[in-house]
Design a protein around this ligand. Sequence first.
Ligand SMILES: *Cc1c(COP(=O)(O)O)cnc(C)c1O
Length: 223
Amino acid sequence: MNIEKYDEIRASLPAGVRLVAVSKFKPAEDIATLYQHGQRVFGENHAQEMKAKHEILPQDIEWHFIGHLQTNKIKYIAPYVSLIHSIDSFDLLKEVNKHAVKNNRVIPCLLQFHIADEETKFGFTQEECMAMLDNPSFGELQNIKIHGVMGMATFTDDKVQVRREFHHLHQIFEDLKTHYFPQNPDFKEISMGMTEDYPIAIEEGSTLIRIGSAIFGPRDYTI
Ligand SMILES: *Cc1c(COP(=O)(O)O)cnc(C)c1O
């Protein structure tokens, strides 16, 4: 773990940009260390892993779910999750709403957009998303609240391309704000930027950067 790098990133954040410390695949001890250092917002991408960590770590941690969420896993996070970054279909949003009703709470969500030119990244196109927002049954979902948008840029060294993709996400955010959420102060988040590209994301208007390996070191996916 690199506390110096963490401090450096925190110190460099402009007002209005928050840091999500992405702790996926990392032990609870690492989260506890960063918690003692003042970090309260942590991101995970597996529901059961997040549940296990939530159970043993301080209760004032804000848990953000950042990965592809299967509907049969919502139950592991619905009682306590602070923000789901990765809503990528209407069906998923409806299911999250059902679980929020069961838990008697409102769950804040971001709409994930496919901005990269890679097949493998999840997310709405702007057309798909607008079809959902125009659907009358969207308005019936009383236990979710849309706080903004999320996206991942293409994994490339081409900084011009990365900047263009983040710029595109910012444009989608402004379009949706104008047409669907004009009077809604909660619709304010643009979640973009990871270890390799967060400085560009901040320049393009990010409000939530999601940083894993720069803080916690490389992940071991074999464990
Ligand atoms: C893993 C992950 C991150 C963090 O990636 P790093 O490159 O380690 O900073 C951010 N966002 C999502 C959606 C992720 O899955």
